[in-house]
Design a protein around this ligand. Structure first.
Ligand code: UD1
Length: 420
């Protein structure tokens, strides 16, 4: 099993190109099932989760071709089956996003209940409730969701009880082929939702209001093919900004969308970073200073993202002062705390949703273990800031979400090696 060996204590400096967004690529690839014509998706990151989604499309019978520039062309002309098996869905919760497109296009689907990161129970009740409102019959048996709509879905008002990214995405895709108008209420407003809406419109869908809490969709009889470039990954970008800040370094990110990083950039400025940005670049400079502790409270976009909580905790662990971190999206997303503490941090947990971080001047290397995707990137940041050589075990979690992390950190001067 691969590990990362990181010798910390040196500031990161340099420039990096940000990859395409994993959380945008996955729903977009699922959305290619809505049309029988070829769809070309560019700027998809080279990640394990993306490979899993491509495998799932192939298993359903779609033809997938990947060129040397990693552009992915999907043609879902003749699907052989409408069943997404447990073996593929269990490794990645986003596989569940094929449910909406399959029911909408083919009137039937069987999708295993999802797995994914072990960060709480993460139910799918809102996805199912919404599909039922659109006229699907849904039963859950033997670990599978079986949905049927032999006469097609019918547009209506759907009220989600809570803000869910995946739920909003599944229902947007389903509604794209429903008869008549669908109004989705209490939608997630994440940039990846905007990207998905733009993608669907490229295929001839009529989606309006994506990026606001009410999305209105005029259903179409069919969608056509097209080409779409995935947005930059805001979580990857934020992670490298925080890594540079934690090591008192500087970084210039390119191919990034600063507008999608508002809450993170603000907190980094409060931590003492000098930040400048243009349309598609961001520069951060700590001017050699130790970061200041900053309180964080996660909430749906445009609030501070839960996917950046662990990384900011690592920054607070070596900051001057004490900070409180509240996690309001997932109930079990503090698994990194114990591991960061192994590096000499002083973080106290108060229940499942609050942590108090007493900043330490120095961290020291120690063997640690990655527990989930974003938790593992917080360990990388803490290790880069710590004196000595840290080994991070179980980095397959990192490979789900960060493209060639060791190469990108080496580009910034980080002493990072992958070892097996
Ligand atoms: C997506 C992201 C993930 C991010 C999360 C929140 C992808 C592939 N993943 O995950 O990186 O951390 O958004 O920004 O885009 N919930 C329900 N019922 C449902 C659906 C969700 O109770 O039917 C709850 C979840 O348990 C969780 C909260 O709603 O507590 C938010 O989950 P959701 O927004 O759906 O997250 P994902 O789409 O799974």
């Amino acid at each position: 099993m691969d590990k990362l060996s990181i010798t910390g204590g040196q500031p990161l400096h340099g420039r990096l190109r940000v990859s395409g967004a994993k959380n945008s690529t996955l729903p977009i690839l699922a959305g290619t099932l809505l049309t029988e014509e070829p769809v070309l998706v560019s700027n998809a990151p080279h990640l394990h989760d993306v490979t899993t989604m491509i495998e799932l499309l192939g298993c359903l019978g779609a033809e997938v071709v990947i060129d040397e520039k990693l552009n992915v062309e999907v043609c879902a002309r003749s699907l052989g089956q409408l069943r997404a098996p447990y073996e593929l869905v269990k490794t990645m919760r986003a596989s569940f996003l094929v449910l909406g497109p399959l029911v909408a296009k083919y009137g039937a689907a069987e999708v295993s209940l999802p797995g994914g990161c072990a960060i709480g129970s993460r139910p799918v009740d809102q996805h199912l409730k919404g599909l039922e409102a659109l006229g699907a019959q849904v039963v859950v048996t033997d670990g599978y969701v079986k949905a049927q709509a032999p006469n097609g879905l019918v547009g209506t008002d759907v009220y989600m009880d809570l803000v869910t990214v995946g739920g909003t995405e599944n229902l947007m895709m389903a509604a794209a082929l429903a008869r008549g108008e669908t109004r989705l209420h209490n939608c997630a407003r994440e940039p990846e939702i905007v990207d998905l809406g733009n993608f669907l419109n490229t295929l001839g869908a009529e989606v309006d209001g994506h990026g606001t809490s009410t999305i209105v969709i005029q259903g179409k009889d069919k969608l056509h093919g097209g080409a779409f470039r995935v947005m930059p990954d805001r979580v990857e970008a934020g992670t490298y900004l925080i890594a540079a800040a934690a090591t008192r370094g500087s970084v210039r990110l390119e191919d990034v969308d600063p507008e999608t990083l508002g809450a993170v950039l603000e907190k980094l400025q409060m931590a003492g970073a000098e930040i400048t940005y243009g349309e598609d670049w961001i520069e951060l400079d700590m001017l050699g200073r130790r970061p200041l502790a900053v309180d964080i409270e996660t909430s749906p976009y445009p609030g501070f993202p839960t996917d950046m909580q662990a990384q900011f905790m690592a920054l607070n662990a070596i900051a001057e002062g004490t900070a409180t971190i509240s996690e309001n999206i997932f109930e079990n997303r503090f698994m990194h705390v114990q591991e960061i503490n192994r590096l000499g941090a002083n973080i106290e947990l108060h229940g499942h949703s609050m942590a108090v971080v007493h900043g330490m001047k120095d961290l020291r290397a120690a063997p640690v273990m990655a527990t989930d995707l974003r938790a593992s990137s917080s360990l990388v940041i803490a290790a880069l800031a710590a004196e000595g050589t840290t080994t991070i075990d179980r980095i397959y979690h990192i490979d789900r979400g960060y493209e060639t992390i060791e190469e990108k950190l080496q580009q910034l001067g980080g002493a990072v090696q992958r070892i097996s």
